[in-house]
Design a protein around this ligand. Structure first.
Ligand SMILES: NC(=O)c1ccc[n+]([C@@H]2O[C@H](COP(=O)([O-])OP(=O)(O)OC[C@H]3O[C@@H](n4cnc5c(N)ncnc54)[C@H](O)[C@@H]3O)[C@@H](O)[C@H]2O)c1
Length: 362
């Protein structure tokens, strides 16, 4: 994410013209040589190996937390206490307790805060949101979210931080199902109750520092949930990192009383729409290319119609909205830490439901 965020800060001003232009001041990592190399490549002015020396510097306005989940709370709370704007990667924390402490800290400090659920800012997702808000889909009945990957299939893939509960919080659940949960909350509404199942198929992996030895995987490889929304809709959410052939299959389908929309990140410039308002003879899913500068969010800063955008643009759009909120002295920009806490509560409820094999309230 260090690369994705750096790219966003570099691209945002020349393309989207926010009122504030970010300056890439200090890149922080753990290894002095590696962080220097990364800073030179990505265009940062300075480097540091201790984030504590950086978060309260008077020449820093935004602290961007893109570390593994176990350090989000400590860094974000220190940054808030120093009066900085905080952009934090998802999931906001590893536990509801930490997420709530982070929310309390940004509220107390009165600083702008945002969670990097970047997929909200794909123009096609924004269009889905507009169609739902306008009532084009009628009453929403279903949300069907799947986020499928296959990058952990090889049992020889070492025991990275992402396989350790104390570092990552959870596996596919927090890593990718959290994005599906965010999209569900953004597009349909609050989730009130869940049933869930988690599974770890590959139970041990070679240690990073000693590949001859194996250590236990303490997070899920796959997470499934059935969810109920406050507005009566019913949904399913699936996150897995062991679906061969599925690389970044972040897809949702939403069905309402008057129509449906479907989105697939691997075809992220398109939105599929079916509406019962169409004449019966020509009814069918239509594919909208969501690249019209006059109609579609964020597009006018980029290319002419049909000259498609990609994954990295979702981060640039996120940073754009953060900068614009700063320039307009806004109190909030979504998704914020409040959303981060709610997302975490859904994650926790799925874990509880899976452990007890019963429905759990969020
Ligand atoms: N928004 C998204 O779509 C998305 C995608 C991938 C990852 N993420 C999130 O981004 C975060 C990072 O994930 P990643 O895939 O980039 O991980 P990564 O392992 O590739 O990178 C983590 C970086 O954090 C640095 N780091 C770790 N501890 C540190 C510390 N104490 N001080 C300074 N630097 C430290 C490491 O040196 C490394 O460069 C996680 O929270 C993850 O869930 C979000």
């Amino acid at each position: 994410m260090g690369r994705a965020h750096s790219n966003a800060y570099r691209q945002v001003a020349p393309f989207l013209s926010p009122r504030l232009t970010p300056r890439l001041k200090v890149l922080c990592g753990r290894d002095a040589k590696a962080v220097k190399g990364a800073a030179a490549k990505l265009g940062w002015e300075e480097t540091a190996t201790d984030w504590r020396e950086v978060v309260s510097r008077p020449d820093i306005d935004i602290v961007d937390v893109s570390t593994p989940g176990d350090s989000h709370a400590e860094i974000a709370i220190a940054a808030a206490q120093a009066g900085k704007v905080v952009l934090c990667e998802k999931p906001l924390a590893n536990t509801v307790k930490d997420a709530k402490a982070m929310l309390a800290a940004v509220k107390k400090a009165g600083v702008l805060n945002m969670v990097c659920h970047n997929y909200r800012r794909a123009p096609a997702v924004q269009l889905a949101k507009q169609l739902i808000a306008r009532g084009d889909l009628g009453k929403i009945y279903h949300y069907r979210g799947t986020y499928l990957q296959d990058w952990i299939l090889d049992p020889q893939l070492p025991l990275l931080w992402r396989f350790q509960k104390e570092k990552a919080g959870s596996g596919a659940l927090g890593d990718i199902a959290s994005h599906s949960i965010d999209l569900a909350r953004f597009l349909v509404g609050e989730i009130t109750e869940v049933a869930g199942a988690l599974e770890t198929f590959i139970k041990t992996r070679p240690l990073v520092a000693n590949p001859g030895k194996k250590g236990r995987v303490t997070v899920d490889d796959a997470a499934l949930a059935v969810v109920r929304f406050a507005n009566g809709a019913l949904g399913t959410i699936e996150g897995t990192r062991v679906a061969p052939g599925r690389k970044n299959y972040n897809r949702f389908e939403i069905n309402g009383s008057k129509g449906s929309v479907a989105f697939d990140l691997e075809r992220m410039n398109e939105l599929e729409l079916f509406t019962t308002a169409d004449d019966g003879a020509v009814q069918g899913f239509r594919k909208i290319i969501v690249t019209e500068p006059a109609h579609h969010a964020y597009i006018k800063g980029w290319w002419p119609p049909g000259h498609i955008i990609g994954y990295e643009h979702t981060f640039t759009h996120t940073v754009y909205d953060l900068l614009e909120a700063m320039a307009g002295k806004k109190k909030s920009v979504k998704p914020d830490f409040e959303d981060g806490v709610r997302n975490q509560q859904v994650l926790q409820a799925i874990e509880k439901a899976a452990a007890n094999r019963r429905w759990a309230k969020v």
